[in-house]
Design a protein around this ligand. Structure first.
Ligand code: TXA
Ligand code: MG
Length: 306
């Protein structure tokens, strides 16, 4: 069921049930992070492998110390600037966080989502919320309540509707090690923004299935259910002349009229990186049910959110 009854959502969560929650990045599939049985339901509903740890959501930085050990002031500097917001901190965990949440790792991911409905919900609760993105494992993340309903509706008693996610891509995941900031996953806060706060370069940790610094960063991820190739649109179009092609362009809408193009979408006609991020998962989903053989996507400019 979809609705905006925050009190009902809180009651369900207190009973150990699952509730999908809105955040500024993507919708999350939430459960009481301190209740192992509730957390197991998340893995089951998502069909998520148990080796992939969950992010724990709280409403204030003052809560972080309850769940993790903060050794570097850089965490507070970054939190002061970006929280609530699309950043997740990987920190040494305290015992109160069950191993199932962190997949047995000694660290926990903490984040304060920037969405009023969910912040109010978190304030109402006496526990933090473990929440991965509310999509079946490996598929595109949801940015509206309806996206959640379509994929997981039958498995979740309640979807708290907070409208369309403003950022549209997941949080940036950072780990502070020996006063260096490592970025494990790119997301809603750019590397440049982080560097401007800490006054030095960050380390980009390249993750892969064989080097799972952020264990969820597998080689197949965000699968929209259709073959996707990313690169120069015209070059790729010439390679797929005999196929029905969908186009996901960054800012240019001239591909609609090309001969074998079934449908073309533009992430941001004005070339805005934030608008493109907001539309990315939603547009990928639109191609999921369309009658194309391949989706050709253009990379966004490689700076900031791009
Ligand atoms: O924006 C977001 O971060 C959204 C919203 C719902 O908050 N959540 C999200 O969760 O993207 P999920 O589960 O789809 O992705 C979390 C990523 C996974 O790649 C996971 O492996 C990584 O965070 N992660 C979680 N805890 C970790 C830890 N202790 N060490 C390393 N990586 C961790
Ligand atoms: Mg996810």
């Amino acid at each position: 069921m979809i609705g905006s009854d925050q009190k009902y959502a809180a009651e369900l969560l207190m009973q150990g049930e699952l509730v999908a929650i809105p955040t500024e990045t993507v919708y999350g599939l939430a459960a009481n992070a301190l209740n192992e049985d509730a957390v197991i339901n998340i893995f089951e509903a998502k069909q998520r492998p148990k080796f992939d740890p969950l992010i724990v959501h709280t409403h204030d930085v003052s809560e972080f110390e309850k769940f993790a050990i903060i050794e570097s002031d850089l965490v507070y500097q970054l939190a002061e600037r970006f929280c609530p917001g699309p950043i997740t901190f990987i920190l040494p965990k305290r015992d109160i966080i069950p191993d199932i949440v962190t997949s047995g790792h000694e660290t926990v991911g903490l984040r304060i989502p920037n969405h009023q409905l969910t912040l109010d919900l978190l304030k109402r609760l006496s526990f933090p919320l473990a929440a991965p993105s509310a999509n079946p494992f490996g598929f595109t993340s949801p940015t509206t309540a309806l996206h959640v309903q379509n994929q997981l509706g039958e498995k979740i008693p309640y979807i708290l509707d907070g409208g369309k996610c403003e950022v549209g891509i997941e949080s940036t995941i950072v780990k502070v090690v020996d006063d260096e900031v490592e970025v494990l996953r790119l997301g809603g806060i750019s590397v440049e923004e982080i560097e401007s706060v800490i006054g030095k370069r960050v380390k980009r940790v390249k993750t892969s299935s064989s080097n799972p610094a952020a264990p969820g960063m597998l080689s197949s991820h965000y699968n929209p259910g259709v073959k996707v190739e990313v690169g120069d649109i015209e070059k790729l179009l010439s390679e797929h002349r005999n196929q029905k092609v969908g186009i996901l362009a960054f800012d240019n809408n001239r591909y609609e009229s090309f001969e074998n193009v079934t449908e073309a979408k533009v992430l941001s006609p004005t070339g805005s990186l934030s608008e493109a991020a907001q539309n990315l998962f939603s547009y990928l989903r639109d191609f999921q049910n369309s009658d194309i053989d391949i989706l050709i996507a253009e990379p966004a400019p490689a700076k900031g959110l791009g």
